[in-house]
Ligand binder design. Sequence first.
Ligand code: FE
Ligand code: ZN
Ligand code: FE
Length: 193
Amino acid sequence: MELNTLRALYIDELKDLYSAEHQILKALPKMIRATTHRALKDAFTDHLKQTENQVKRLDRIFATLDASPKGKKCHGMEGVLEEGAELIRGRPEPQVLDAGLISAAQHVEHYEMAGYGTVRTWAAKLGREDDARLLQETLDEERTADELLTKLATQSINIDADREVELSTGSETTDKPRPKPKSTKGPQPTAHR
Ligand code: FE
Ligand code: ZN
Ligand code: FE
């Protein structure tokens, strides 16, 4: 497709998001299975249901644009999700895995927020107010999901992940400088933050 108009670029980015959401629909069940943390499992499960609804919003928009949602692969989301899959394959300690899954999920949410913020703004510019409203609803859901993940991380999961270091080194005290975790395989889940 030739991208000579803002409308064409808008449809192209919507296709990208459609692809991204479908990739997320496939990845979230694996993340739900990977975590043992009840609240994180619930957060991922709720977001899976929201994601199904986000796809429906895109379907509605494509129907009024008289365009097909298919024909594009979101390579950015493919890469972001592959990093999450790589984390799971590395089999870190469960609490460390949870911290890493939150990091992976927050990368997903931020990538989506960039896309939805853009198409929402373009929709308004193109005079497509109904689209803009639907896209804003999804953007708000992505932001709320991101904020919930921050809360889970800072209020419990990062704390548990850090405690895992003590358990695996047999240290009883909490106020000494901690030695490095004995397991060095797998990625460092907090390296991006
Ligand atoms: Fe989404
Ligand atoms: Zn993309
Ligand atoms: Fe999302």
